[in-house]
Design a protein around this ligand. Sequence first.
Ligand code: FES
Length: 333
Amino acid sequence: MLNRIPSRIPAEMQAPVDANGAIHMRLTAILYGGEGTNLFEFRTLDGRSVPKFTAGAHVDVNLPNGTIRQYSIASSQADRSRYLLGIKLEEQGRGGSRFLYEQVRVGSVLKIGLPRNNFALNENASSSVLIAGGIGITPILCMIDRLQALGRDFRLHYAVRMRTEALLAEIDEGDRRIHLHVDAEQDGRLLDIAAIIAGAPPDAELYCCGPAPMLVAFEAACAGRPSARVHLERFSAPDNVAASDGAYTVELAKSKRTLTVRPGQTLLQALQAAGLNVKVSCEQGICGTCETRVLAGIPDHRDMILSEEEKASNETMMVCCGASLTPTLVLDL
Ligand code: FES
Protein backbone atom coordinates (compact mmCIF):
# COMPACT_ATOMS: atom_id res chain seq x y z
CA MET A 1 0.00 0.00 0.00
CA LEU A 2 0.99 3.63 -0.09
CA ASN A 3 4.09 4.51 1.79
CA ARG A 4 2.72 6.12 4.93
CA ILE A 5 5.57 8.28 6.07
CA PRO A 6 4.44 9.70 9.38
CA SER A 7 4.81 13.45 9.39
CA ARG A 8 7.18 14.62 12.12
CA ILE A 9 6.09 18.18 11.44
CA PRO A 10 3.48 19.73 13.74
CA ALA A 11 0.29 20.33 11.75
CA GLU A 12 0.22 24.04 12.67
CA MET A 13 3.53 24.55 10.86
CA GLN A 14 1.98 24.73 7.47
CA ALA A 15 3.74 26.17 4.44
CA PRO A 16 2.86 29.79 3.67
CA VAL A 17 0.47 30.36 0.77
CA ASP A 18 1.17 33.18 -1.71
CA ALA A 19 -1.33 35.76 -2.98
CA ASN A 20 -2.35 33.44 -5.82
CA GLY A 21 -3.24 30.65 -3.44
CA ALA A 22 -0.16 28.59 -4.23
CA ILE A 23 2.94 27.43 -2.40
CA HIS A 24 6.42 26.88 -3.71
CA MET A 25 7.31 23.22 -3.49
CA ARG A 26 10.33 21.18 -4.46
CA LEU A 27 10.13 18.05 -6.54
CA THR A 28 11.96 15.70 -4.18
CA ALA A 29 11.57 12.36 -5.95
CA ILE A 30 10.23 10.75 -9.09
CA LEU A 31 9.19 7.19 -8.41
CA TYR A 32 8.34 4.55 -10.97
CA GLY A 33 4.66 3.69 -10.73
CA GLY A 34 3.96 1.44 -13.68
CA GLU A 35 4.73 1.48 -17.37
CA GLY A 36 4.08 5.04 -18.55
CA THR A 37 3.27 6.38 -15.08
CA ASN A 38 5.53 8.02 -12.53
CA LEU A 39 4.78 9.27 -9.05
CA PHE A 40 6.05 12.80 -8.50
CA GLU A 41 6.74 13.69 -4.88
CA PHE A 42 6.57 17.34 -3.84
CA ARG A 43 7.59 18.73 -0.45
CA THR A 44 7.67 22.25 0.94
CA LEU A 45 10.92 24.20 0.75
CA ASP A 46 11.27 24.66 4.49
CA GLY A 47 10.02 21.29 5.67
CA ARG A 48 6.69 22.58 6.90
CA SER A 49 3.49 20.60 6.41
CA VAL A 50 1.72 20.67 3.09
CA PRO A 51 -1.77 22.21 3.22
CA LYS A 52 -4.44 19.83 4.41
CA PHE A 53 -6.32 17.78 1.81
CA THR A 54 -9.01 15.15 1.73
CA ALA A 55 -9.13 11.91 -0.23
CA GLY A 56 -9.95 12.46 -3.91
CA ALA A 57 -8.35 15.93 -4.00
CA HIS A 58 -6.18 17.33 -6.75
CA VAL A 59 -3.77 20.24 -7.00
CA ASP A 60 -2.92 22.68 -9.75
CA VAL A 61 0.68 22.31 -10.86
CA ASN A 62 1.94 25.58 -12.34
CA LEU A 63 4.48 24.66 -14.97
CA PRO A 64 7.36 27.00 -15.80
CA ASN A 65 6.02 27.25 -19.37
CA GLY A 66 2.95 29.09 -18.02
CA THR A 67 0.45 26.26 -18.22
CA ILE A 68 -1.47 24.87 -15.27
CA ARG A 69 -2.35 21.21 -14.99
CA GLN A 70 -4.32 19.31 -12.38
CA TYR A 71 -3.08 16.09 -10.88
CA SER A 72 -4.70 13.97 -8.21
CA ILE A 73 -2.99 13.32 -4.90
CA ALA A 74 -2.26 9.63 -4.41
CA SER A 75 -0.65 9.81 -0.98
CA SER A 76 -2.46 9.42 2.30
CA GLN A 77 -4.30 12.44 3.65
CA ALA A 78 -2.75 11.54 7.00
CA ASP A 79 0.70 12.23 5.56
CA ARG A 80 1.20 15.99 5.60
CA SER A 81 4.88 15.77 4.70
CA ARG A 82 4.31 15.66 0.94
CA TYR A 83 2.04 15.42 -2.07
CA LEU A 84 2.55 12.35 -4.20
CA LEU A 85 1.03 12.93 -7.63
CA GLY A 86 0.46 10.08 -10.08
CA ILE A 87 1.18 11.39 -13.59
CA LYS A 88 0.88 9.41 -16.78
CA LEU A 89 2.94 10.45 -19.77
CA GLU A 90 0.27 11.43 -22.31
CA GLU A 91 2.03 11.47 -25.68
CA GLN A 92 -1.12 12.78 -27.38
CA GLY A 93 -2.08 15.13 -24.56
CA ARG A 94 -1.84 18.90 -24.34
CA GLY A 95 1.80 18.80 -23.29
CA GLY A 96 1.62 19.10 -19.51
CA SER A 97 2.80 15.60 -18.68
CA ARG A 98 5.43 15.68 -21.42
CA PHE A 99 6.84 18.90 -19.97
CA LEU A 100 6.99 17.35 -16.52
CA TYR A 101 8.66 14.20 -17.79
CA GLU A 102 11.16 15.94 -20.05
CA GLN A 103 11.88 19.35 -18.52
CA VAL A 104 11.35 19.08 -14.78
CA ARG A 105 14.03 17.46 -12.66
CA VAL A 106 14.27 16.36 -9.05
CA GLY A 107 15.19 19.54 -7.18
CA SER A 108 13.04 21.79 -9.38
CA VAL A 109 10.77 24.23 -7.55
CA LEU A 110 7.21 24.64 -8.84
CA LYS A 111 4.19 26.52 -7.62
CA ILE A 112 1.51 24.14 -6.44
CA GLY A 113 -2.05 25.33 -5.84
CA LEU A 114 -4.04 24.56 -2.73
CA PRO A 115 -5.79 21.19 -2.89
CA ARG A 116 -9.33 21.16 -4.26
CA ASN A 117 -11.70 18.25 -4.21
CA ASN A 118 -14.33 17.60 -6.88
CA PHE A 119 -14.36 13.90 -6.09
CA ALA A 120 -14.93 13.83 -2.37
CA LEU A 121 -15.28 10.65 -0.37
CA ASN A 122 -18.36 10.01 1.76
CA GLU A 123 -16.56 8.85 4.86
CA ASN A 124 -19.76 7.72 6.57
CA ALA A 125 -20.96 5.33 3.87
CA SER A 126 -21.70 1.82 5.05
CA SER A 127 -20.13 0.53 1.85
CA SER A 128 -18.24 2.01 -1.07
CA VAL A 129 -17.53 0.60 -4.52
CA LEU A 130 -14.65 2.22 -6.34
CA ILE A 131 -13.80 1.63 -9.99
CA ALA A 132 -10.52 2.85 -11.46
CA GLY A 133 -9.21 2.62 -14.99
CA GLY A 134 -5.51 3.19 -15.72
CA ILE A 135 -4.23 6.41 -14.22
CA GLY A 136 -7.69 6.90 -12.71
CA ILE A 137 -6.35 4.88 -9.79
CA THR A 138 -4.50 7.95 -8.49
CA PRO A 139 -7.24 9.69 -6.44
CA ILE A 140 -8.72 6.32 -5.58
CA LEU A 141 -5.50 5.18 -3.85
CA CYS A 142 -5.93 8.04 -1.44
CA MET A 143 -9.61 7.15 -0.95
CA ILE A 144 -8.82 3.49 -0.26
CA ASP A 145 -6.20 4.54 2.25
CA ARG A 146 -8.79 6.68 4.01
CA LEU A 147 -11.48 3.98 4.01
CA GLN A 148 -8.98 1.53 5.46
CA ALA A 149 -7.98 4.02 8.16
CA LEU A 150 -11.66 4.50 9.05
CA GLY A 151 -12.34 0.76 9.00
CA ARG A 152 -15.08 1.14 6.38
CA ASP A 153 -16.30 -1.53 3.99
CA PHE A 154 -15.22 -1.08 0.37
CA ARG A 155 -14.51 -2.84 -2.90
CA LEU A 156 -11.95 -1.62 -5.40
CA HIS A 157 -12.03 -2.70 -9.04
CA TYR A 158 -8.86 -1.51 -10.79
CA ALA A 159 -8.66 -2.11 -14.53
CA VAL A 160 -5.54 -1.88 -16.67
CA ARG A 161 -4.80 -3.14 -20.15
CA MET A 162 -1.49 -4.78 -19.21
CA ARG A 163 -0.21 -5.87 -15.80
CA THR A 164 2.95 -3.82 -16.35
CA GLU A 165 0.84 -0.63 -16.40
CA ALA A 166 -0.65 -1.21 -12.96
CA LEU A 167 0.69 0.64 -9.93
CA LEU A 168 1.37 -2.71 -8.30
CA ALA A 169 3.49 -1.34 -5.48
CA GLU A 170 0.51 0.73 -4.34
CA ILE A 171 -2.12 -2.00 -4.11
CA ASP A 172 -2.34 -5.20 -2.13
CA GLU A 173 -3.52 -7.91 -4.48
CA GLY A 174 -3.85 -10.24 -1.51
CA ASP A 175 -6.59 -8.03 -0.06
CA ARG A 176 -9.88 -9.69 -1.03
CA ARG A 177 -11.52 -6.24 -1.25
CA ILE A 178 -9.18 -5.28 -4.08
CA HIS A 179 -9.72 -6.74 -7.52
CA LEU A 180 -7.16 -6.07 -10.25
CA HIS A 181 -8.59 -6.62 -13.71
CA VAL A 182 -5.98 -6.98 -16.45
CA ASP A 183 -7.65 -6.89 -19.87
CA ALA A 184 -4.80 -8.83 -21.50
CA GLU A 185 -5.22 -11.65 -18.99
CA GLN A 186 -8.97 -11.83 -19.71
CA ASP A 187 -8.71 -12.35 -23.47
CA GLY A 188 -9.13 -8.60 -23.90
CA ARG A 189 -12.43 -8.52 -22.02
CA LEU A 190 -13.08 -5.23 -20.28
CA LEU A 191 -14.17 -4.87 -16.71
CA ASP A 192 -17.90 -5.62 -16.47
CA ILE A 193 -19.02 -2.39 -14.88
CA ALA A 194 -22.72 -3.12 -15.29
CA ALA A 195 -22.34 -6.34 -13.29
CA ILE A 196 -20.28 -4.62 -10.58
CA ILE A 197 -22.86 -1.88 -10.10
CA ALA A 198 -25.76 -4.35 -10.27
CA GLY A 199 -24.11 -6.33 -7.47
CA ALA A 200 -23.36 -3.32 -5.27
CA PRO A 201 -25.49 -2.81 -2.14
CA PRO A 202 -28.41 -0.43 -2.73
CA ASP A 203 -26.95 2.13 -0.34
CA ALA A 204 -23.36 1.89 -1.63
CA GLU A 205 -21.47 5.01 -2.60
CA LEU A 206 -20.22 4.49 -6.16
CA TYR A 207 -17.03 6.07 -7.51
CA CYS A 208 -15.34 5.91 -10.88
CA CYS A 209 -12.25 7.55 -12.33
CA GLY A 210 -10.90 6.41 -15.65
CA PRO A 211 -10.98 6.91 -19.40
CA ALA A 212 -14.08 8.26 -21.15
CA PRO A 213 -15.56 4.89 -22.27
CA MET A 214 -15.31 3.60 -18.72
CA LEU A 215 -17.13 6.67 -17.40
CA VAL A 216 -19.85 6.27 -20.03
CA ALA A 217 -20.36 2.65 -18.97
CA PHE A 218 -20.34 3.68 -15.31
CA GLU A 219 -22.94 6.41 -15.82
CA ALA A 220 -25.17 4.00 -17.76
CA ALA A 221 -24.84 1.34 -15.06
CA CYS A 222 -25.66 3.88 -12.33
CA ALA A 223 -28.73 5.27 -14.09
CA GLY A 224 -31.09 3.81 -11.49
CA ARG A 225 -29.00 4.86 -8.48
CA PRO A 226 -29.52 8.06 -6.47
CA SER A 227 -27.33 10.69 -8.12
CA ALA A 228 -25.98 11.79 -4.74
CA ARG A 229 -24.32 8.36 -4.39
CA VAL A 230 -22.72 8.41 -7.84
CA HIS A 231 -19.35 10.14 -8.13
CA LEU A 232 -17.03 10.38 -11.08
CA GLU A 233 -13.86 12.23 -11.97
CA ARG A 234 -13.08 13.10 -15.57
CA PHE A 235 -9.71 13.59 -17.24
CA SER A 236 -11.26 15.41 -20.18
CA ALA A 237 -14.63 16.66 -21.36
CA PRO A 238 -16.51 14.44 -23.83
CA ASP A 239 -16.62 17.25 -26.39
CA ASN A 240 -15.73 20.85 -26.77
CA VAL A 241 -18.24 22.15 -24.27
CA ALA A 242 -17.57 25.88 -24.49
CA ALA A 243 -20.69 27.84 -25.34
CA SER A 244 -20.24 30.33 -28.15
CA ASP A 245 -23.75 31.00 -29.39
CA GLY A 246 -25.68 34.20 -28.86
CA ALA A 247 -24.63 37.70 -27.94
CA TYR A 248 -24.87 39.12 -24.46
CA THR A 249 -23.33 41.67 -22.18
CA VAL A 250 -21.09 40.92 -19.24
CA GLU A 251 -20.69 43.41 -16.44
CA LEU A 252 -17.55 42.97 -14.41
CA ALA A 253 -18.35 44.25 -10.94
CA LYS A 254 -14.82 44.45 -9.51
CA SER A 255 -13.18 45.97 -12.57
CA LYS A 256 -16.20 48.17 -13.28
CA ARG A 257 -16.23 47.30 -16.96
CA THR A 258 -18.85 46.11 -19.42
CA LEU A 259 -18.05 43.71 -22.26
CA THR A 260 -20.03 42.42 -25.19
CA VAL A 261 -19.66 38.74 -26.02
CA ARG A 262 -20.17 38.41 -29.76
CA PRO A 263 -21.89 35.45 -31.44
CA GLY A 264 -19.22 32.86 -32.16
CA GLN A 265 -17.10 34.08 -29.27
CA THR A 266 -16.81 32.27 -25.95
CA LEU A 267 -17.10 34.10 -22.67
CA LEU A 268 -13.49 33.26 -21.90
CA GLN A 269 -12.34 34.64 -25.25
CA ALA A 270 -14.19 37.88 -24.56
CA LEU A 271 -12.69 38.16 -21.07
CA GLN A 272 -9.18 37.47 -22.32
CA ALA A 273 -9.56 39.85 -25.29
CA ALA A 274 -10.44 42.55 -22.77
CA GLY A 275 -7.20 41.84 -20.93
CA LEU A 276 -8.79 40.16 -17.93
CA ASN A 277 -6.38 37.82 -16.21
CA VAL A 278 -8.75 34.93 -15.64
CA LYS A 279 -7.14 31.89 -14.04
CA VAL A 280 -7.90 28.90 -16.24
CA SER A 281 -6.49 25.45 -16.67
CA CYS A 282 -8.48 22.69 -18.36
CA GLU A 283 -10.71 25.11 -20.33
CA GLN A 284 -13.16 22.20 -20.55
CA GLY A 285 -15.26 22.66 -17.45
CA ILE A 286 -13.74 19.77 -15.54
CA CYS A 287 -11.22 21.23 -13.09
CA GLY A 288 -12.91 24.12 -11.29
CA THR A 289 -9.97 26.53 -11.63
CA CYS A 290 -12.06 29.27 -13.28
CA GLU A 291 -15.03 29.15 -10.92
CA THR A 292 -16.39 32.69 -10.66
CA ARG A 293 -19.15 34.21 -8.54
CA VAL A 294 -22.26 35.28 -10.43
CA LEU A 295 -23.83 38.44 -9.02
CA ALA A 296 -26.80 38.74 -11.41
CA GLY A 297 -28.17 37.07 -14.52
CA ILE A 298 -28.57 33.39 -15.34
CA PRO A 299 -25.53 31.50 -16.59
CA ASP A 300 -25.62 28.82 -19.23
CA HIS A 301 -23.69 26.20 -17.30
CA ARG A 302 -21.69 23.83 -19.47
CA ASP A 303 -19.26 22.44 -16.93
CA MET A 304 -19.09 19.01 -15.34
CA ILE A 305 -18.03 20.26 -11.93
CA LEU A 306 -21.09 21.86 -10.39
CA SER A 307 -23.91 19.64 -9.21
CA GLU A 308 -27.42 20.17 -10.58
CA GLU A 309 -28.30 21.94 -7.32
CA GLU A 310 -25.28 24.22 -7.58
CA LYS A 311 -26.12 25.03 -11.18
CA ALA A 312 -29.70 25.83 -10.25
CA SER A 313 -28.52 28.18 -7.50
CA ASN A 314 -26.52 30.20 -10.08
CA GLU A 315 -24.13 31.36 -7.38
CA THR A 316 -21.03 30.52 -9.38
CA MET A 317 -20.11 29.38 -12.87
CA MET A 318 -17.11 28.10 -14.82
CA VAL A 319 -16.27 30.94 -17.16
CA CYS A 320 -14.04 28.80 -19.37
CA CYS A 321 -17.04 27.09 -20.95
CA GLY A 322 -20.22 28.73 -19.67
CA ALA A 323 -22.18 31.60 -21.17
CA SER A 324 -25.29 33.61 -20.36
CA LEU A 325 -28.97 32.80 -20.76
CA THR A 326 -29.94 36.36 -19.93
CA PRO A 327 -29.07 39.49 -21.95
CA THR A 328 -26.76 40.58 -19.14
CA LEU A 329 -24.58 38.61 -16.79
CA VAL A 330 -22.85 40.26 -13.84
CA LEU A 331 -19.69 38.56 -12.65
CA ASP A 332 -17.51 39.13 -9.61
CA LEU A 333 -14.46 39.91 -11.71
S1 FES B 1 -10.54 26.08 -16.44
FE1 FES B 1 -11.11 24.13 -15.70
S2 FES B 1 -13.21 24.36 -15.24
FE2 FES B 1 -12.66 26.21 -16.22
